[in-house]
Design a protein around this ligand. Sequence first.
Ligand code: ZN
Length: 157
Amino acid sequence: MAIRNILKESDETLRKQSREVTVFDQRLWDLLDDMAQTMYKANGVGLAAVQVGVLKRVVVIDIGEGLIELINPVVVKTKGEVVDLEGCLSSPGEYGMVPRPKKVEVKAQDRNGKFFTIKGEDLLARALCHETDHLSGRLFKDLAQRMLTPKELEELG
Ligand code: ZN
């Protein structure tokens, strides 16, 4: 396993479309393991492969309830809306108020290619939407109603 370099938001790679994964092999598993390690090291709750420069539809999430690996994730259902604080490992130290669905249902494949459905609410719904957006080249600032001011950030600690 290895820590990978996380691209910053100015990197145009982050605006590209990620490609569907069709081969579920050691190379994919190494990527998943590296992504999880990189996310934990950076104290993040989610990371998309594009953020480490790999244009594949691969996401890892851990909101403190265990590691979730998602290959080719698609948001299939959404319900409600919540505006809350959101950040991104590609935009360190910056946070915005971003509207997201209260609940989502995502269809994805696991590391062996097996399809499954995951339901998320609040923070998990937010992470699922944020990371899935990365695969389409969308960043949280595109959706943010406003960014936090330096003073607000200070108060946030
Ligand atoms: Zn992000």
